[in-house]
Design a protein around this ligand. Sequence first.
Ligand code: SAH
Ligand code: SF4
Ligand code: F3S
Length: 496
Amino acid sequence: MTKRYLVRTFGCQMNEHDSERIAGMFEADGYQRADSEADADVVVLNTCCIREGADTKLYGTLGHLKSLKDSRAASGDELEIMVAGCLAQKDRESLVERAPHVDVVLGTHNVSRAVDLLAQHRRSGVPVVEILEETVAADHEAFPSALPVVREDPWAAWVTIQVGCDNNCAFCIVPAVRGPEVSRSFGDIVSEVERAASDGVTEVTLLGQNVNSYGRDLTLSLRGGQPADRSRELHSAGADWVTGERRARPLFADLLRSVGAVPGVRRVRYTSPHPKDLRPETIAAMAEVPSVCEHLHLPLQSGSDRVLAAMHRGYTAGRYLEKLDAARRGIDDLAVSTDIIVGFPGETEEDFAETLAVAAEARFDNAYTFVYSPRPGTEAANSSDPEVPHEVAVERMARLRAVVERSSRLGNEARIGAIEEVLVEGPSKKNPERLTGRTRGNRLVHFDVDPTTQAVRRGSYVEVRITSAATTHMLGEFRELVAPPTHRVRIPVASS
Ligand code: SAH
Ligand code: SF4
Ligand code: F3S
């Protein structure tokens, strides 16, 4: 009997990307995807620990799975439970102590071991915990993108360009669970994008915690290494570096240009750049490469210089606004999104008023806003600055939401009458007669298509005229098909 697996994702895009690879490895091993826990033989929880809520959610889900596992066991059947991701990396053995029904715990640096560790557990009959401390730099297998994949959306590929983070934002647990920054070689990234494009992928999202510093480690090691081996250098750092000044420098702008030039790739996105490292050459590449989307996710975190310094963000609010202004001047019709934390230790009403003012001035199209959550082991969690009471943070959050929602709505309203290219994701959740997709600026659009005249498949690019706008979406009228999907459609084989 074919075994069935299910992967549940709790975290960011990086985490989602790891999930696609874990799924890919199970399928390569002959497993089939299950629709729910009820018909799965193996459940993988791919966890996050960025905020406390993420922990609570995991332990809640594990409680529910325990009852399912017990009732399966009572009927002579087995449900295997695997916990992967950042919380697994953080809690490791204590996870099995807290939840002894977990069979395998897998860290963030050894995603490729998922299926092997499950086999090891079956042989030994005891929980298996394997956590590595960091990615082995020279090993291209260390990058999850090098593994087999089952893509959530067959037209869209996440491509890891860098793992880990060398910054030390006082609130953030990522460096502790993802390790130091390691860039993947230029040649591996471009060939992965070429492979994805030949499978029909048309949208590529480059992933890293601080994409703007991508490749600095590669060029530094080439500069310090043995006399040049040209083909190795070319693979590692790309043609522009090898034929250019060969200075030790980040390669992100070169990478955008190379990935953007891969035939078949219509949209390139990336997340996230760090404001302190947003460089003019990145802005130029975004402006000049037609496939690179006019969307910048630039995390602000706070608008108060005092709080930004305590967070160790490396920029002031004024500098952030200057960078944003440079990006808007350089890139036509740029959409901008951000992340903001409310209630960082010591945040006063005056600090928060500055965040409101900067958010208003920045006119964000979208903002992910978070109430600060202390993460044990981070600098901010040990801060002697006074905690912001939860009710105060929640009230501030509501005021911040009002400011960002206003600019989102105004940004959407300004597009009424415009023609937008939309990548179709499928039927709208609320109204299945309607299609939903995203513009190049990552704005959500719902539109109707007359089913008698036009069949529009998921993954198609269409032109839509915007007719009305709200805070989180726009409505439009279908005009024409720009490009049909090119990914192969897997036709399920009926079992007899
Ligand atoms: N590397 C990315 C961010 C990764 S975490 C970057 O620098 O932009 C995603 C977001 O979660 C952060 O931008 C931050 O806004 C939020 N975040 C991180 N740690 C947090 C914490 N302890 N409490 C609340 N929000 C947090
Ligand atoms: Fe965390 Fe800062 Fe690194 Fe982003 S840049 S992952 S917020 S430490
Ligand atoms: Fe992502 Fe959460 Fe880890 S945000 S990097 S999955 S802690």
